[in-house]
Ligand binder design. Sequence first.
Ligand code: FMN
Length: 328
Amino acid sequence: MFEGNRVVAHTRSRYPIFQSPMTWIARSPLVSAVSAAGGMGLLENSIADLSVTTREFSAIRAATNQPFGVNLPVRYLQANQNEEKKIIDWLLAQGIHFVTTSAGDPTRYAKLLKDAGVIVYHATATLRGAQKAVDAGVDGLIVEGAESAGLRNPDEVHSFALLQAVREAVDVPIVAAGGIVDGRGMAAAFALGAEGVTMGTRFVASLESPVHQNYKNAIVNAPITGTILTDNPPRARSRGLRTSYAEGVKEGTRERHQGRATLDLLYVNGDVDNTSGSAGESAGLIHEVKAVRQIIDDTVTGFWREIDRLAALRPQIRQGQQRPVRSA
Ligand SMILES: Cc1cc2nc3c(=O)[nH]c(=O)nc-3n(C[C@H](O)[C@H](O)[C@H](O)COP(=O)(O)O)c2cc1C
């Protein structure tokens, strides 16, 4: 169905649909469900703890024989260099074939991993970051528009312009991130130059996602204006649900939670109002919690429906062009 697609050739998955790496959420239940359904599940590694990586990796392998990948967030791993080396060595010993890098300069990892025969995609939110990653030798890019959830770069632009700019500048395959929840978004991303898509918020609101039901419901109930950007010093900003807490942080009347607080308060205990759970503008397009397989099947079906719809415009456009122009 996606023969000739370069992303699928790299991932060996059935569909060029990734599940974004998300702290604590992108672990074995979600990753294995995505991979079993034909997508590309990605195991997150943001706490840089080999025992977590080995436990989750082994659980995914036990749950599915379908391909999955691992995300290496450069800055977080480099903060713990002893663990960084152990994690990378262990993953290579497992014969891992697909890695994404994010949050930092991919140069060192790209060299190390590519020398070991691993396919490497780098996630970036800027044109400059994309060009640097390609110069570093990565095989593909994950291009994150400003609609995306989570930590955001202050210099970024939205997907509509960013995807086209990156497509013009580089030749490697692009996976689009931000604002995508279904086949319509996927077809639009392909029109702008992507060959694959990744979804974060959509998979948070899935049956297999481990977060509290209140968080999933808050995503489902969010209007299209339901997210907000707040400063996240020293450099970044964060996009999350527009709650009274988030409004307070933006206005400076509430302290931003530090460390694991959001995880405990929201993911585990479901306190939506006193947190701002990561969510993209895509939250406004999500209307129900669905099983992962349903999300992926619906996305693929919807993608081909949109491609057929666009293809059907051709004769109409041709006819329109051939119609003689009437003088007034
Ligand atoms: C709950 C949540 C947690 C996230 N955590 C991370 C993370 O730990 N590291 C990362 O690189 N991106 C993280 N992201 C961003 C995603 O990788 C991805 O870029 C984004 O979700 C794409 O936009 P979308 O949510 O509209 O699909 C997170 C996103 C969400 C929704």
